[in-house]
Design a protein around this ligand. Structure first.
Ligand SMILES: [Zn+2]
Ligand SMILES: [Zn+2]
Length: 109
């Protein structure tokens, strides 16, 4: 898949990440609004969630980050989450930081 930000100069790239962050915040607000109203959307992925779709380096190939929600202030995501899809080294599911930019959290894999 082509990166959304491909071919942008550094200034445009910064604008792109800022725009992605605006989308993420709007989705979080939307999700909170639904929660307050007691509405549960059980679509997976939810249109209001900001899952991370960054591709991880192999092995194994074609694995996506899967971070469930962006956390941070516009920079790399600081969320840590339990990675149930990680290769099993016999230690159970591992905790993994996301560290991907906002733009990785606005498009479905
Ligand atoms: Zn993340
Ligand atoms: Zn990620």
């Amino acid at each position: 898949m082509r990166k959304l930000s491909e071919g942008l100069d550094p200034e445009q790239e910064a604008a792109f990440e800022e725009a992605a962050y605006v989308v993420i915040k709007a989705r979080q607000q939307a999700a909170e609004r639904l929660e307050r109203a007691g509405i549960h959307i059980d679509l997976d992925p939810s249109p209001f969630a900001a899952h991370c779709s960054a591709r991880l380096p192999a092995p194994p190939p074609n694995r996506f980050c899967g971070c469930p929600a962006y956390r941070g202030d516009g920079g790399p995501c600081i969320n840590r989450f339990t990675d149930f899809d990680a290769p099993d080294f016999g230690e159970g599911p591992s905790q993994r930081p996301c560290r991907h930019p906002p733009s990785a959290h606005i498009i479905a894999p």
